[in-house]
Each structure stands twice: as structure tokens, then as C-alpha cells.
Design a protein around this ligand. Structure first.
Ligand code: TNX
Length: 528
């Protein structure tokens, strides 16, 4: 029954297209190759080579190229709702039909693992890459080259013109991330999936989940069940709002969803500070054996695991073992920030014991930049969260010892800062942060002693003290998230505020059609 309806719809659209009742089969493109965010490395428009996706268009991948087929299926899923076209995904060597080809290999070496080449000719679109992640990046570019109506959830009768020419594109930094805080307010699996989709559009390839803090514990740990039974219960969000946690099945589902969008999930369990949810769930984790009451205020820096107690390390090892086992990605983030209730000597003692556990369970250590006070293996990634222009001798020393640094300067990349003093949501301590503030900086000079080659990439954290819903998340993320994405992806020479604000304006209608909540910044010349 359902099949017949879809087929009927497809035939109707196809017939309309052929009888000329629909929008003209050919029309000038709405978008230009140079409109893409993040700005591509090389763009060569050819106005004589526009391509029209039409009812007969197919998506082609090479026989046996599984990764490419998966990207092809994703692309079809993106294009079908608004076009109403069938867009079959075929594994074939050649095609006589108008085709969007996703080709692995046969691409310029300099695009590396994550880059792509996109060619639009009258006959079709060809995306070439050296890996599925490169093809996926090319697909996100293709999406932005189509008219804004491609974001509509139902069929629109119009010409789907792709502007002709070539784009060659690859990222400046391999790691482009966003962080979501589930501890201060829990966000559900559907909300996190929606955010993953938001991120993927802008070629963000890591989602860091802040899974435990003073207020709540948000990930199932079988060996310490009260963490979630008590620490993840209802009322554990800031101001007693909400609560909840991810089961292992939820977490597996999210990892699968992220992988299909070329995103890696980075789990964070914050320690030794930011641990009141654990300490109040288990009395035996406290130095005095007494569980403190749960807390849902916004104070920081008052909790600490008990550094002198052996039980602490059994707990930490159990948690690291279980989190590592359920995480397919390479990183495990141990937090380590704002441990103001831990003495400096205790902090170092604690880190000396727990850092090796991350490697023991096959993961690469990440942590907020305070972990650079400890001796770190060169593989460890300190995440800098002070203001851009900052000086931090420990971070510079880690970079000197071979560590790559992840950049999250709070006054630039913190999505939880207010845009201006009237913004309802958000905090103020590193802001306010307008779109231009988020854009005006360079990752290679954000921290003294951390040059281009020591930068792993950039990440935009969104702390959830004031954030309840996906609408709240999107309002703070858009339009600053695309600014941070461009910092992480685009070549320095391709970054320009004037160009960025013009390009960004064209995304407003896309967000309107896709139901994405965003801040209508007066700095951006939004259409209409
Ligand atoms: C600082 S940045 C924190 C978080 C807060 C955030 C609010 C960092 C590593 N720690 O605990 O949620 O400020 O903006």
C-alpha cells in the first residue's frame, strides 16, 4: 500500500516534469559555487556547465565500494523528500542516465583523507575522494549548491539546478568538533541525533559528549549502577529540571548514527572535580564516607574525588574500562577542569594514576587544558578553553613535547555565551559573543607557543546550564557554529568576514525551511 503511494507520487512528478506543467526543467542556479560554508579551497565556476537533477537522475557508486554506497544512500535520503524523485542508488561502472557519481580513488593526492573534488557538468555531478569521509564532505557541499528548498520536508515543484564548475577542497585541520553538555541538562537521543545532523552539514566530524558533572551522571555504568539510578534520576538537571541518562543501547545507537554521518563521538567523564553526582550516589567514594546531598545549582569547583583512597582508582578504572569498551572512536576525555577542591599536589598524584588507564584500555587521552599540569604522553590532547590570545605555559610545554592541542577559546567558540546582553539564553563570563566575535580569530595564533602544526583542530562547546531543548541548542549554535566550522576547515587565505557574512545570509532560508531555530544577528544581511 505504502509502496504504491510513493510510486504514484514519483510518477506524478515525473509526468508533470515531462509535460512541462512543472517548473521549467532548466533554470539558473540559486546558489553559486563560492557560497559554500565552510569556504572551499579552490572554486572554478563554469556557467555553461549547470546540471539539473531530474526525475531520471540516479546516484552511482562503484561496484563493491561499501563506504561509498553508504554515502550514496545518505545522499538519496537527503534529496528525495524535497525533489520527490526516486533517485535510485546503483552500484555500476558506467551510466547513460544523468548521474551523481560518488567515486573512491582517482582524486588528487593533496585532498588527503577528508577532502574531495566535485565536478559539475551538463551530464552530471561527480564527487571523487580518497575515503568515504571525503565523499560525505562533498555531499554536504552539493547540498548547499542546490536551492534552499532542498531543505523542505515535502516535494516542491521546481528546477533543481546545480551550478556548473569544479570545487577542490580539503580541511586545514583534521579535527572539527562540537561539544554538548548532557550533565547540566539531559538531552534525549532524538535531540542528539538532530544536532549530529546539524553538525554534519558544516563538515564537523567530532561530537564530544560531556557525560558527568556535579549535577548529573548520564551514561550507564554496569559496575556502579547507582551512578545513573541516583545521579541520573529525574530532577538532576540545573534548577531541578529534567534528568535521565543514556543506556548502553542508546549510546551504541548514537555511535552508529554518528558513524553514518562521518562523525566520531568523544565521551567525557570529568574528574577529579565536577564529580558531585558520583560522590552523592556512592558514600564510599568520599574521604569521610558520607555522601553529600545532590546539587542542581550552577556553582563549580567544590567537589573532588578522594585522591588518597584506593577505592577511587577502582571506580575510575571500572568507568574507563566500560566507557572505552562502548566507544568505537579513539578518544576518551577525562575532563580535569576547575579542580579547585583538589590540591595541586593531589591533582598531579591523581592524574599520574589515571592517565595510564586510558592507554591501558586502548584509548587516546583528551582533557581540558588543566591536564597539561601533569606529565602527558605525546599522544594526549589538551583542550584549551581560556580566552584566545591566552598564555598557558603548561599547554605550550605539552605542544613542545609533541602533543596536539584542541582549541576551544571561550571568548570565541563557546556557544553557551550570550550574543548580547539581551539574549535570554546563555551565560556571560566569556562573552557576549556576536557572530563576528566567533569569526574574528585565527587558530594558529590563539595560544602562545601553539603554532599551526601543534593544532589538532577546533571545537565549539555548548554548556547546558541555561539550555533545555533542541530549540535552545540550535538558537545558540546558529549562526556561530558555521563560523567555528569555517575556522577549522577553511584555508586561512579563504577566510574573510565580509565574504562569510554574505554567504551566511543565504543559510537563513535553509534553516527556516529545515525548522532550525537561529539567532537573527543584525550583523548578517538576511534576505527579505
Ligand atoms: C566552565 S570550560 C566550565 C564548565 C561550565 C562552563 C560554562 C570548562 C572546562 N568548565 O563547567 O559549564 O564554564 O560556560
Amino acid at each position: 500500500m505504502r509502496k504504491r503511494t510513493i510510486l504514484g507520487g514519483v510518477l506524478a512528478v515525473a509526468t508533470l516534469g515531462m509535460s512541462g506543467l512543472a517548473a521549467p526543467a532548466t533554470a539558473a542556479p540559486d546558489a553559486r559555487l563560492a557560497d559554500v560554508i565552510p569556504a572551499p579551497v579552490e572554486v572554478r565556476p563554469n556557467p555553461a556547465a549547470d546540471f539539473w537533477i531530474n526525475p531520471a537522475t540516479q546516484i552511482r557508486t562503484q561496484p563493491g565500494a561499501k563506504g561509498a554506497k553508504r554515502v550514496g544512500d545518505y545522499l538519496a535520503g537527503v534529496l528525495r523528500p524535497a525533489t520527490g524523485y526516486p533517485l535510485p542508488v546503483a552500484e555500476s561502472r558506467y551510466s547513460v542516465l544523468p548521474t551523481i557519481s560518488l567515486v573512491l580513488g582517482d582524486a588528487e593526492a593533496r585532498i588527503g583523507k577528508q577532502g574531495y573534488q566535485l565536478d559539475v557538468t551538463r551530464k552530471g555531478v561527480t564527487i571523487r575522494a580518497n575515503s568515504a569521509s571525503g565523499l560525505f564532505a562533498g555531499v554536504q557541499t552539493l547540498r548547499q549548491l542546490l536551492p534552499a528548498e532542498i531543505e523542505s520536508s515535502g516535494p516542491r515543484l521546481r528546477a533543481w539546478t546545480v551550478p556548473g564548475g569544479r570545487i577542490l577542497d580539503y580541511p586545514r585541520f583534521g579535527y572539527r568538533g562540537a561539544m554538548l553538555d548532557l550533565a547540566r541538562h539531559f538531552h534525549t537521543v532524538p535531540e542528539i541525533k538532530r544536532y549530529i545532523d546539524d553538525l554534519a552539514r558544516y563538515k564537523i566530524n567530532h561530537l564530544h559528549l560531556h557525560l558527568a558533572d556535579d549535577q548529573g551522571w548520564r551514561i550507564q555504568i554496569d559496575s556502579w549502577p547507582k551512578l545513573t539510578a541516583v545521579g541520573g534520576g529525574q530532577g538532576t538537571g540545573v534548577d531541578g529540571a529534567g534528568g535521565g541518562y543514556l543506556t548502553k543501547a542508546d549510546y551504541a545507537e548514537l555511535n552508529e548514527y554518528a558513524a553514518a554521518r562521518q562523525l566520531t563521538i568523544v565521551p567525557e567523564i570529568d574528574m577529579p572535580g565536577h564529580t558531585n553526582a558520583a560522590l552523592s550516589s556512592y558514600a564510599e567514594l568520599n574521604c569521610d564516607g558520607v555522601a553529600p546531598p545532590p546539587r542542581t545549582d550552577m556553582e563549580v569547583g567544590y567537589s573532588s574525588l578522594c585522591v588518597g583512597k584506593e577505592n577511587t582508582y577502582a571506580f575510575v578504572e571500572d568507568v574507563i574500562r566500560e566507557v572505552a569498551a562502548m566507544t568505537p572512536g579513539p578518544y576518551l576525555h577525562l575532563g580535569g577542569d576547575e579542580a579547585e577542591a583538589t590540591t595541586d599536589a593531589d591533582y598531579r598524584t591523581f592524574m599520574r594514576r589515571v592517565i595510564p588507564l586510558v592507554g591501558k584500555y586502548g584509548k587516546r587521552l583528551a582533557g581540558w587544558h588543566e591536564i597539561a599540569q601533569a606529565d602527558l604522553p605525546a599522544s594526549a590532547v589538551p583542550q584549551f578553553w581560556d580566552s584566545a590570545g591566552g598564555v598557558d605555559d603548561n599547554v605550550a610545554r605539552a605542544a613542545g613535547n609533541g602533543s596536539k592541542i584542541l582549541l576551544s577559546p571561550a571568548n570565541k567558540s563557546y556557544l553557551d555565551m550570550k550574543y548580547n546582553e539581551n539574549t535570554e539564553l546563555g551565560l556571560t563570563w566569556a562573552g557576549p559573543t556576536e557572530v563576528r566575535d566567533a569569526y574574528d580569530w585565527d587558530p594558529a595564533s590563539a595560544v602562545r607557543g601553539v603554532g599551526e602544526r601543534s593544532v589538532l583542530g577546533v571545537e565549539a562547546p555548548l554548556w547546558s546550564e541555561t539550555v533545555r531543548s533542541i530549540d535552545d541548542i540550535e538558537f545558540l549554535a546558529f549562526p556561530r557554529l558555521p563560523a567555528i566550522a569555517e575556522k577549522g576547515w577553511s584555508a586561512k587565505a579563504g577566510q574573510d568576514w565580509e565574504s562569510f557574512r554574505q554567504r551566511l545570509a543565504g543559510h537563513g532560508p535553509r534553516w527556516d525551511l529545515g525548522g532550525v531555530n537561529y539567532y537573527r544577528s543584525p550583523q548578517i544581511p538576511w534576505p527579505g
